[in-house]
Design a protein around this ligand. Structure first.
Ligand code: HEC
Length: 126
């Protein structure tokens, strides 16, 4: 029994280490190496610092040609699939949503919902 535990435990630690290493490597490959400034004020620079820094948005999103992540939608204007940048898209989708539901729904509401619950728009079938 004890022999089994002394063998399984180190094995589990090695598996966990490899798993974490692969996770961090993928993050680096999808833009994690990009450095950001320390500014976190409410400003375009602050937003960018969070986006490419602690917010780790870049692990799923790219902005136009910046970054390489494709798990989430591109936030810039990018090819035929993303004809509008994130702000313009938020305005458009919020307007569609407000018309469909007949309630007030702003672009800020849309962005906040996208952050808090990324699948909400799709799941509810709008
Ligand atoms: C784990 C992956 C992941 C991370 C990290 C992530 N997102 Fe997303 N995000 C997604 C996915 C997937 C969608 C698409 C969901 C959908 O289609 O409803 C999305 C959608 C969005 C949208 C709506 C996009 C559109 O086309 O209208 C915005 C805005 C957004 N994310 C902002 C952010 C910001 C800002 C951050 C960082 C603070 C962030 N996301 C981090 C996965 C992620």
């Amino acid at each position: 029994m004890n022999v089994t535990i002394t063998r399984i435990f180190p094995f589990l630690l090695v598996v966990l280490g490899v798993y974490l290493w692969i996770g961090y490597s993928i993050t680096e490959l999808t833009g994690g190496g990009r450095k950001s400034s320390a500014a976190v004020d409410i400003s375009p620079e602050g937003g960018e610092a969070i986006y490419w820094g602690k917010g780790r948005c870049f692990t799923c999103h790219s902005v136009g040609g910046q970054g390489s992540a494709v798990r989430g939608p591109n936030h810039g204007q990018f090819g035929e699939k993303f004809p509008l940048s994130m702000g313009a898209r938020a305005v458009e989708r919020a307007r569609e949503r407000a018309e469909k539901e007949g309630v007030e729904f702003t672009a800020v509401d849309y962005v906040v919902e996208s952050l808090a619950s990324p699948g909400a728009y799709v799941v509810k079938g709008y």
